[in-house]
Design a protein around this ligand. Structure first.
Ligand code: NAP
Length: 462
């Protein structure tokens, strides 16, 4: 019997969209079509592929109104924040601008006697498995460079954002990208894993949870398929004694609460130098009290429901456990009467926390942040590193050298100074420890979706 994949809206708890999942044989036919279409696509001039990808993104931007509304229904993001078009356009533009240079052969010798060079070859079919939290941005990070580099792409989007893959495919096909070059599919986990096991792909980019990433790695074992695994985080902020306090509060609280805290590089724990601790906490509480929880279609709403009541339940459990273990919750939930015990969750700040508590160790992926006082850089570094994750850290100081010195000792993918919760398309988006492996964006993003091929051409016979 055909299984239906459903998106349950966090706005009203109703089924917002459903689509039939493909069987394994149907999915294999999709992969086969992608394989068959790849050589012709790769043979097109680079400039033509770039133009088509840019045209696809332009078509997507034309669908803005529909997409913003659909995002609110699917994952609860307030419509006042628009879609993800700024980032999607910037990243596509940037990756397009560096494509020729990134994909050009590295010439070691071009003399009368030899041509020795390392070229970049597309890997074939790239499989993207995407999460719901930034559904367009996380997809474009791989989709744009993969197509530009001459691969074909199969996309499996999250059930929670079921319509996102459909919209991307619609836009790209309308722009002239052939249907078999970019296909959107609806798959169960079992079929996804079986498809991977059947060696259908040259590279898989998985963005999602640690558990999901481990399942994909197991499915790919023995197939020698390249993997990019962009997984969870528990990103710290560290406010040093010479920081601009107001700027630190503004950015770190926004980094903790934006998108209802559902950002992979959202701030989940903050360490503040003891000299600024009390002032930081006081300002942070005032900042959070200004948030407006509510229906994402209401123009006043700054924090919508979490994408699924299951996610809000996890955050509530973490908060309750921490409080039972001695933490103090500084935000009275009565200030947020829209908290319905389901997907709508009041934001929270916890103090008197420690690293024994789940809320300071496990990813919360919700609107809660723990704040601790630290005496010096060494203590802050030890606390930041006391985590199974390593995606980003956000250092607040007026001294770039100190930031560089501290940053060098933090086990992380990206070091920020005086900013957070941001992706720079010119830098590699990557992580360490349980945050996964591989990298997207930047020149290294092109390396993920291509393989090196060496040419040693002797131009003379003696
Ligand atoms: P998720 O539950 O792991 O799902 C991510 C995607 O993988 C979805 O399309 C999901 O499909 C699919 N999936 C999960 N397990 C699978 C399996 N065993 N076999 C096949 N497909 C599987 O993660 P999420 O809740 O969507 O996203 C939130 C997580 O993503 C957080 O941990 C966040 O930190 C992380 N994230 C990381 C980054 C980064 O750059 N490092 C960026 C964004 C998000 P279904 O939806 O159908 O289950």
């Amino acid at each position: 019997m055909t299984k239906m994949i459903q998106c349950i809206s966090p706005v009203d708890g109703q089924v917002y969209a459903e689509r039939p999942a493909l069987s394994l044989s149907e999915a294999q036919m999709v992969a086969e079509r992608a394989r068959a279409a790849q050589a012709e696509w790769a043979a097109r001039p680079l400039e033509e592929r770039i133009a088509l990808v840019k045209a696809g993104v332009a078509k997507l931007s034309e669908m803005k109104e529909q997409i913003v509304e659909e995002l609110a229904w699917q994952m609860g993001r307030p419509t006042r924040y628009g879609g993800e078009f700024g980032g999607v356009n910037d990243r596509t533009e940037y990756m397009s601008s560096i494509a020729a240079q990134s994909l050009a052969p590295m010439v070691v010798e071009d003399s009368d006697r030899f041509l020795r060079q390392i070229a970049r070859e597309p890997v074939g079919v790239v499989f993207i498995i995407a999460p719901w939290n930034y559904p367009y941005l996380t997809t474009i990070n791989t989709l744009a460079p993969a197509l530009i580099a001459g691969n074909t792409v199969v996309l499996k989007h999250a059930s929670q954002t079921l319509l996102v893959g459909e919209r991307l495919a619609e836009a790209f096909h309308a722009a002239g990208v052939p249907e078999d070059v970019f296909q959107n599919v609806y798959l169960t986990h079992d079929v996804t894993e079986a498809l991977i096991q059947s060696r259908a792909f040259g590279f898989i980019n998985f963005t999602g949870s640690v558990g999901g990433g481990a399942a994909i790695e197991r499915a790919a074992a023995g197939t020698f398929t390249g993997l990019g695994l962009e997984l969870g985080g528990k990103d710290p902020g560290y406010v040093m004694d010479d920081a601009d306090l107001d700027a630190a509060v503004d950015s770190l609280m926004d980094g903790a609460m934006y998108n209802a805290g559902q950002c992979c590089c959202g701030i989940e724990r903050v360490y503040v130098h003891e000299s600024l601790y009390d002032a930081f906490v006081e300002k942070a509480v005032a900042w959070v009290k200004n948030l407006k929880l509510g229906n994402p279609f209401d123009a006043e709403t700054t924090i919508g429901p979490m994408a699924n009541k299951r996610f809000a339940h996890t955050v509530r459990e973490q908060i309750a456990e921490a409080v039972a273990e001695g933490a103090t919750a500084l935000i009275d939930p009565a200030l947020f009467p829209e908290d319905d015990g389901g997907a709508y969750l009041a934001p929270q700040i916890l103090v008197n926390v420690n690293h024994e508590m789940r809320v300071m160790r496990e990813e919360s992926f919700g609107p809660v942040v723990g704040i601790m006082s630290v005496a010096n850089d060494a203590e802050a570094i030890a606390a930041m590193n006391d985590s199974p994750y390593g995606l980003t850290c956000s250092l607040w100081t007026s001294d770039p050298e100190r930031a560089a010195e501290v940053g060098a000792q933090v086990q992380t993918g990206t070091v920020f100074m005086n900013r957070c919760d941001y992706l720079d398309p010119a830098l590699c988006w990557t992580g360490c420890k349980d945050t996964g492996r591989g990298g997207s964006l930047s020149v290294l993003g092109f390396y993920s979706v291509t393989r090196p091929k060496s040419y040693h051409l002797k131009k003379v016979t003696k």
